[in-house]
Design a protein around this ligand. Sequence first.
Ligand code: GUN
Length: 157
Amino acid sequence: MKRYGHLFEHSPWVAEEAWRARPFGSVEEMWRAFEDAMYSAPWERRLDLIRAHPDLAGKAAVAGEISPESRREQASAGLDSLSPGEYEAFTRMNREYREKFGLPMVVCVREHTKESILRNVESRLGNSREEEIRTALAEISKISRYRLLNLIEGERR
Ligand code: GUN
């Protein structure tokens, strides 16, 4: 179970909760248990899960103080090598998003480029807070699914 603790950013409770649904007949079934654990957690706990995510290209990322998974994901979209202008655009985006929703902007970076992240956030800023919380959880679900598939791929090799 410890192997799965990092699938949800700094939130091993998701794997702990999912573990109660064992035995799993397949990876898909295990995956569904993770997702169920996330969605059935109390509201505050779900908000804490969103808050556990570092800003994209934020101070912690620049200082190398984020989880290895988050670092790899951010690097996959080139967020670790932004030009000064791009860095500025991400800093502004993080600030605007936090000001409006009181949460970090979470997006499944692996499905994006740096340009598409900025466009995506632009439209998400028009959402209500509740819609955004729903979107953030759906993105977290995708992020952790990629992490799980990576983990399993790694084990097969
Ligand atoms: N998308 C994928 N990983 C992360 C992360 O660590 N932080 C944020 N904000 N979004 C992500």
